[in-house]
Design a protein around this ligand. Structure first.
Ligand code: SER
Length: 314
């Protein structure tokens, strides 16, 4: 097998920043090309600007760098997506279609498409949500990801494109901040606890949602992309789970380490979005097909988050 040459879109996003670094550890810095529409103050080369709607530029980059795999992370998230539904649809779906077309035309080895628990909605059982359920997402972000999953499945079945996908829960990490998601509170709360000793939460105290520590999300992504394709039975998004908690529960966990920490609640429009999602996810197909197993729960994640943030933001 030839050495992979990887392109990441949305490399400066919450997951992209960490995934780029991890993939560079695995495959070497030069083997992983980071792309994004925005440049960070400190960017590790190799890096190219890329607006995901510029299909011509995308093609040039794939050709110039002899790309063999794409991790397509560029997207607008659930809460921000509601401010401009048509733009969100355009970026989230048309970006993916350009990537799938390119994968077909150039016979790329593999494509990764991040889906989300936000594909679920009011027609989905909310506890231990099974892999295959009716999907009626409430946000344009969820609609674009549910439709994206169908396109991934189609490109695999029709053209043999080796596309792999995970339905991520809310992702929590110390390395980067999310931008415009409904689960963002679970990252903000750690920063606020350490810096201010208090946090005003935009969800109600009992809103329980599926979540995952960044280390587990990155491991799941790399493991799924490395497993032998004959093990895979799903080419839309695999359900993926690690832990579920409410704002009240994570606040209580943080208080074990910062006893004076205070949380108040001022729910906004994101509460209505969160209300339609699952509380917990059945990820048995991932466990069976590619031996998925998370390492972090609420308590071990809280210890690790506070440890790293104390060293980086204080
Ligand atoms: N967790 C992110 C959000 O809340 C993306 O799936 O939008």
């Amino acid at each position: 097998m030839t050495k992979p040459k990887i392109l990441i879109t949305g490399a400066n996003g919450q997951i992209g920043r960490v995934l780029t670094e991890e993939l560079r550890k695995v495959y070497g810095t030069e083997a992983v090309l980071a792309t994004d529409i925005a440049k960070l103050p400190v960017t590790i080369e190799p890096f190219e600007f890329l607006d995901i709607l510029n299909a011509q530029r995308l093609k040039e980059i794939v050709e110039d760098h002899q790309i063999t795999q794409i991790y397509h992370l560029a997207a607008i998230l659930s809460a921000n997506g509601e401010w401009n539904p048509i733009k969100t649809w355009n970026i989230n779906l048309n970006g993916l279609l350009s990537i799938l077309e390119l994968a077909r035309e150039k016979s790329l080895d593999k494509v990764f498409f991040p889906s989300t628990i936000m594909v679920f909605g009011n027609t989905t059982p909310r506890i231990d949500t099974p892999q295959d359920v009716p999907l009626l997402p409430s946000t344009v972000y969820g609609m674009s990801k549910a439709t994206g999953e169908l396109w991934c499945n189609y490109y695999h079945n029709r053209y043999g494109v080796d596309v792999r996908s995970l339905r991520y829960p809310g992702i929590i990490g110390w390395q980067s901040l999310p931008a415009g998601g409904t689960t963002d509170y679970a990252v903000e709360i750690f920063h606020a606890a350490l810096k201010e000793g208090k946090y005003e939460c935009f969800l109600e105290e009992d809103t329980k949602l599926p979540m995952m520590y960044m280390d587990d999300a990155i491991k799941a992504t790399i493991d799924l992309m490395r497993v032998d394709k004959k093990n895979l039975t799903i080419r839309y998004g695999y359900n993926l789970a690690a832990m579920s908690f409410s704002p009240k529960e994570i606040a209580a966990e943080i208080r074990k380490h910062i006893p004076q920490f205070e949380i108040t609640y001022k729910p906004d429009f994101r509460q209505a979005i969160a209300k339609t999602w699952s509380e917990s996810i059945d990820d048995s197909q991932s466990r069976e097909d590619w031996q998925w197993k998370p390492s972090f729960d609420l308590s071990t994640m809280t210890v690790d988050m506070l440890h790293h943030l104390r060293q980086t933001i204080l």
